[in-house]
Every structure is written in structure tokens, then in C-alpha cells.
Ligand binder design. Sequence first.
Ligand code: NOJ
Length: 449
Amino acid sequence: MNTRRDFPENFIWGSATSSYQVEGAAFEDGKGPSIWNEFEKGHTAIMDNGTGDVACDQYHLYKRDVAIMRDIGFDAYRFSLAWSRIFPEGTGKMNPKGIDYYKRLCDELLANGIEPYITFYHWDLPLALQQKYGGWQSRECVKYFADYVAETAKALEGRCKNFFTVNELLGCVDQGYLNGICAPGLRLSKKEHNQVRHNMLLAHGMGLQVLRDIVPDARVSLAENPVFFTPVLDTPEHVDAAKRAFREVNGHFLTAIMEGGYPDSYLEAEGADAPIVQDGDFKLISAPMDFLGLNIYYGKLVRYAPESEKKYEIFNFDTSSELPECSVIFQPAVIYWGCRIINELWKPKEIIISENGLSNMDLPAADGEVYDIFRIKYLRSYLESMSRAIRDGIPITGYLHWSFLDNLEWGSGYRRRFGLTFVNYRTLERIPKLSAKFFKELIRTGRIA
Ligand code: NOJ
């Protein structure tokens, strides 16, 4: 039997969720409403009239969930805190029952040998901050975010050391404040929207700083989903084109963080609509991170185009799926190329894949098992690509699958099932899918099963 490992012994395996998508208990034990509880009102914002009121009810069933994670053998669980569970109004007095839930969840994880990886902001802003200050449109909100991070980190008393400040800037800023498909559902002007982008960068920077001050051995990053690029060929001119495209297209988010300022290409393109930057902002925003969390699903192809002004051409049409049953774009090479390009541009200390996965219509078969063979095909291919990156010396140290459970996929509702574990939304029963067994083997042997 072949016993060669595909991944190092100390590689971190785990999975991820977010508060609004799995917790439920939306108004229990003093939790305040978030912008998503408001956005879903009238049941038009979420497909099939879904709401986050119950979701997977992880708030009550967390012990059951941790037991499943332990059985799979996970080293880590990435989850987010519902800010309005801890501070119902976003600021002011801490809700003891809210913070107590997260303490219990961390304790349960730790008792089962699973490291908590906490995300402070996964899109569910306290509604009060939206109503009083216009949410991330104002710097007040950024200040309150830093206070929330500081007070929460203190209250957790060292239970957690690995943190993501914010999750997917594009998802919460552009979809929430520009095209209105996510909460708070706004369609701002270009100038206002750019300011929200900047304020979120600052929230990351301020969050990082307070975590450094409060948790001595904290490891901090954000979980970002830049637009990824794969060169059409692995030749120097095409790889170079992919790097330039990556740097410019992500100029207002990841490039700004990694380089401590907006690239000229962004400032020139935005002109008078560029955000107002105050003294000291970029010192915070670009403070070194301990690792870089990347949510990687798919990307775009790019070629060196000597005839064009930018000297590269992006192909937007690569949305083919080899897996027609799935609502994903199947591009395994994106893990390799995404990590390689970032590594060549900025040499992050470590990279953790903070999300990767696919949704499908997985349902139990007659024997009660869930045979999610497409997820297994997907995993095999994406993990091969990750293994190739590690062999090339790219410092990927962990992989957190999205998602641990089927859950509420924002405006797409409950139909798109992303989990390694099936959830029956009527009974809340959990069934680990075949892919959970695949993971168990992967973790046990260090080989792609
Ligand atoms: C992005 C987000 O972080 C997460 O909340 C979402 O459910 C997944 N990726 C899948 O779309």
C-alpha cells in the first residue's frame, strides 16, 4: 500500500461556517437584530421565504456538531460571532448570555481537541449601527467595531488565538452597498461606495491592532476572496500578466492591505470618487498579518497581450462547469495559481485556505446515506492543486472547508447545500455525507483519499 503523504503531518484541517448562516436563535437570550434579520423581512430577500430565525440551530445543537467534527478528526473550526448577540445595539453594555454562548462553544471545541478560529465580522452588522450611523458608511461604525473586538477578546479570556477580523470584503461591501443583493441592500454612488470599502479596510486594521494589544499570542488575518487569476500558460510572460492583473483588479482591497496604499491604477480609475484617507489609516490597514486567509472558489483566465494598453487580457467567459448538477464553477487550478501569484507578489508568512467548497442538491438516498460524489470529485481536484502548491514551496498551512453543515446561503436560501454534513431543516437532524468520510480518511492518512 502506498503510504506517501500528500500533506504534512502538522497541516491544519477543518471547516467553516458563519453565525447568521447556522446559529438560528435569532432573537433569543437578548440577541439584538442584525441587518440580515431586517433584510429578510417580508421574506422577499431570501429564496423560498427563508429566514435565519432557526437556520441549523447551532446555538442549541453545538455539542452535537462538535461531536461530529471530532469524529471526522478536524483540527480547527472557523465560525463567526454574531456581533449583536454580544452587543445587542452594536455598542454599550455587553450581553452576558451572548458572550457566554461563545465561551461554551470554544470550551466544547477545546475539550474535543479542536482549535477555534473566530471571525469577528461575517456580514451580520447590528441593525442599530446601520440605523444610527449608516453602518460602514461612517467611521463611527469602525470605531465601534474595534471596541467590540477588544471587549470580546478580553471576555474570551484566551480561549481563542486564531482570528479573522472580517470576511470577504467584496461580498459585504460591493453586494451590500453597491448592487443591493445583500444586506443592507443599498445602491450607493461610486464615491460613497469607495468610502465604505476604505472604512472596511480600516475596520480590519483596527481590529488587528486591538487583538495584538489584548491577546499576546494572537494570530490574525482577514478572510479575503480577491478576484483570482490563472495564466493561460505557465510561461514567464503569462504569469507576469496574471500577477499584474491580480494586483490591479484587487487594488482597492488586498493590494491596498499588502502594499500599504492604493495602487496608482485604482486611484487613476476612480479620480474624484476615490475614498478619503486619513493620516495613519494605512499604517493600521497594512500592519503585518500572521497568515493570510483566502476564500478560494474560482477565478478568471488571463493572457499576456502585448497589443493592449494594460498588456494583459482577462477572459471572463470561463464559467464552464464539468459538474452540471452543481452551482459552482469548477476550476481546481485556481488554488495553485491563486496561492502562487500571491506568494510571488507579497510572500505572506503563511496562507490558510479559509474557505473552499461547492453547493449541490444533496439529499439522502433510500438507505439514509448522502452520497455527495460531486463534492468528492471537487475535493480531489482542488486538493491535488493545493498539494502541488505545497510541493512548489508555497507556505499553505491549513484548509478550512466551506462548509461544515448545509446552511442558509444568504439570498439563495436553503436549497444550495454546501455542507459536509447534511441538515434536515424540518427535524434538524444531521447526517455526515460521504464527503465527511472522505475527510476523515484524508486527515487520518495525510493522503487524498
Ligand atoms: C462566501 C461566504 O464567506 C460564505 O458566507 C458563503 O456562504 C460561501 N462563500 C459560499 O458562497
